[in-house]
Design a protein around this ligand. Structure first.
Ligand SMILES: Cc1cc2nc3c(=O)[nH]c(=O)nc-3n(C[C@H](O)[C@H](O)[C@H](O)COP(=O)(O)OP(=O)(O)OC[C@H]3O[C@@H](n4cnc5c(N)ncnc54)[C@H](O)[C@@H]3O)c2cc1C
Length: 257
């Protein structure tokens, strides 16, 4: 799913990768940034503009097979977390594919991208629920083992309230995620419901991982316990598939239409 570019992510309609129609072929030039599995995927769906003056109405979605002449993948290194999930920059230099590789019609691309994201934000929410749940489990376990001032720290109300707050957000973000997924299953995908689930669950998971780290004190700050990794990994969930500011834009748009 190759939408983001080096110079634009949130403002996806401002994409610059060009798609020129030449007879029965489409020719692609430009580059895509931060593409998950970009070097590994056998097929890339790339979003490009066939008419920059048409804004989002000029966007076309094109399927490109790995190994097509002119397509190069440059792996991106140095990520804060989720390092087992490869990320690449993709460079398209005169990549030619049959016009039949266009998904839908020329001009449908932006809508296809947005409708895809309405679905793919839900797994990001689900992954966030998992991180929050793990953070809670780790915090509960550690708070039982660790002693301070003569008793386990789980006897301290300050710690108990952190655990309670984490439990609240695990449950509530799970329900928001299930609701968004259920709407898709009913054939009624809902952009705002997906955005609420993704935004709420990832913010909640980041907060839960942060609190779990804090419950571990100094030990949370090193890799002896998994809580620091949870924090590093889940930060991305607030950024990709649209940042949580963009999620709030999507939600707000559904309210003020
Ligand atoms: C590891 C990783 C994997 C990724 N995988 C993919 C992938 O497979 N395919 C793909 O296409 N993309 C992918 N992305 C890209 C990701 O979706 C973008 O990074 C994200 O959408 C943000 O775009 P940007 O980085 O250009 O930030 P920008 O758009 O430059 O935003 C910078 C900051 O400004 C804020 N901002 C921007 N506009 C507004 C606004 N209108 N109101 C309020 N705040 C605003 C943003 O929220 C953010 O905080 C991936 C990114 C990462 C890091």
């Amino acid at each position: 799913f190759a939408l983001s570019e080096p110079d634009n992510g949130s403002d996806a309609a401002a994409l610059r990768t060009r798609a020129r129609i030449e007879g029965d072929e489409i020719v692609l030039d430009g580059s895509k940034m931060w593409i998950s599995n970009g070097a590994e995927a056998e097929w890339v769906v790339v979003f490009a503009t066939a008419d920059p003056s048409a804004g989002h109405r000029g966007v076309v979605a094109v399927v490109v097979e790995r190994g097509t002449h002119g397509l190069q993948a440059q792996p991106i290194h140095g990520k804060l977390g989720q390092r087992c999930a490869p990320t690449s920059e993709l460079v398209f230099d005169g990549v030619r594919v049959p016009r039949d590789n266009v998904l839908g019609e020329v001009g449908d691309g932006f809508s296809l991208a947005m409708r895809t994201l309405d679905r793919t934000r839900i797994p990001v929410a689900a992954g966030s629920v998992g991180v929050a749940r793990r953070a809670l489990d780790e915090a509960v376990r550690y708070a039982k083992e660790r002693h301070a001032f003569g008793s386990p720290i789980n006897r301290l109300q300050a710690i108990q309230f952190k655990l309670a707050d984490m439990a609240i957000t695990v449950e509530t973000s799970r329900w928001a995620t299930w609701r968004a997924a259920w709407l898709v299953d009913q054939g009624r995908p809902d952009a705002a419901a997906s955005a609420i689930a993704k935004c709420y669950a990832s913010d909640a998971a980041f907060a839960a991982a942060n609190e779990a780290l804090h419950v571990h004190g100094g030990y949370g700050y090193v890799d002896e316990y998994p809580v620091a990794k949870l924090l590093r990994d889940v930060k991305l969930n607030q950024i990709y598939e649209g940042t949580n500011e963009v999620m709030r834009l999507v939600i707000a748009r559904s309210l003020v239409r």
